[in-house]
Write a protein of this length. Structure first.
Length: 131
């Protein structure tokens, strides 16, 4: 905790790891924050007050009050690994569901239009702004 008070955000160190193959990252992970005081301090450094943290991240804040053990995880980028195996230059050639350059999924026709019923189910209100 002392280092959080004495360092600038870009000087902080974390426990993170990567697995690299032929110069490509194919896996990354980290030991996740498990200290409630550190969690509050990091969110404060990001500009959030304690009440905002409780409102936006209430379940996590509450869980941290019971001292979760140190924990971590990792994820393998299968598409990146496949890119290496296939000797592809562009990762888009290896995506199971590739997106266009405009972030559109041509197989699923997404993003797409939604109807009023779907918006109501998700409690989303759309406000049209006239120019």
């Amino acid at each position: 905790m002392q280092s959080l008070n004495s360092k600038k955000p870009l000087e902080l160190e974390t426990t993170q790891y990567d697995l690299v193959c032929n110069g490509f990252e194919i896996m990354s992970g980290s030991i996740r924050n498990h200290d409630p005081e550190v969690m509050l301090k990091v969110f404060e450094m990001a500009g959030l007050g304690e009440q905002q943290i409780k409102n936006k991240f209430g379940a996590m804040y509450e869980a941290f009050q019971y001292s979760p053990p140190p924990h971590g995880g990792f994820a393998i980028g299968c598409d990146r690994f496949m890119m290496i195996l296939k000797d592809e230059e562009n990762i888009r050639e290896c995506y199971a569901f590739p997106k266009s350059g405009r972030a559109q999924d041509v197989l699923m026709n997404a993003p797409g239009e939604v109807d009023e019923k779907q918006l109501d189910e998700l409690h989303i209100n759309v406000k049209k702004i006239e120019k």
